[in-house]
Design a protein around this ligand. Structure first.
Ligand SMILES: C[S@@+](CC[C@H](N)C(=O)[O-])C[C@H]1O[C@@H](n2cnc3c(N)ncnc32)[C@H](O)[C@@H]1O
Length: 205
């Protein structure tokens, strides 16, 4: 992650630049044509601004617990002159209230392996309360499948994460889907994405 300059709070995440187009392809099919989309863990804000420009019928609510990320999100929104992106919320999924009562969809990219499992539980709990029947929860990231890594690079990444924080780590997809089912979500077929990642589209029953 890099900043444009000391005076410009916009951050650049090279991975976000690489994966935003393949993710957008999935979102075009998964999201409704109109309504409010809450993005959890927006990071630099490059995803939400890209999606908002491409899908102008939707209103976007970015969020992140990190103040520098929120400054970056607001600066990208202003830079891109987007009118369908709200000011970022200081939202930590583990802390209630979230500051938003309802949304038609929730998007969460690359958070659940870089936070404790309790954050994934809180994500499903909060999303379940925000979304009505038919509402979509979109997850993107690396996953183990049936306990096994899907690539050596993911295994090395998992080890790096656990070295940084033993509570972090690449999650087992089946455990995430089972948690979603228990919270009232039905998960569609996992969608393989570039660089050994997956999209999961879960629909609230
Ligand atoms: C690897 S970054 C991903 C950022 C962005 N979604 C992307 O893919 O470029 C992980 C993000 O998760 C956020 N995060 C970590 N724990 C969180 C929590 N408990 N609630 C909400 N966001 C959290 C961090 O602040 C960070 O912005």
């Amino acid at each position: 992650m890099t900043n444009s300059s000391s005076a410009d709070p916009r951050q650049h995440a090279p991975a976000a630049e690489r994966n935003r187009e393949p993710i957008l392809d999935v979102l075009r099919k998964a999201l409704p044509a109109s309504g409010l989309v809450l993005e959890i863990a927006s990071g630099s804000g490059e995803h939400v601004t890209h999606f908002a420009a491409a899908l102008p019928g939707l209103e976007w609510q970015p969020s992140d617990p990190n103040a520098d990320s929120r400054a970056s999100i607001a600066a990208w929104t202003q830079h891109e002159q987007l009118t369908n992106v709200r000011a970022p919320l200081a939202l930590d999924v583990e802390r209630a209230p979230w500051g938003i009562d309802a949304a038609q969809a929730v998007v969460c990219i690359n958070m659940i392996h870089i936070s404790p499992w309790t954050a994934t539980e809180a994500l499903f709990d909060g999303a379940g309360r925000l979304l009505g029947s038919g509402g979509v929860l979109y997850l993107y990231g690396p996953y183990r499948r049936h306990g096994a890594h899907t690539a050596p690079s993911n295994e090395a990444f998992d080890q790096q994460l656990r070295n940084r924080n033993p509570a972090w780590g690449v999650r087992n997809m089946e455990a995430v889907v089972a948690l979603g089912e228990a919270q009232g979500f039905k998960c569609g077929e996992p969608i393989g994405m570039p660089a050994n990642n997956f999209s999961l589209v879960l629909t609230k029953r």
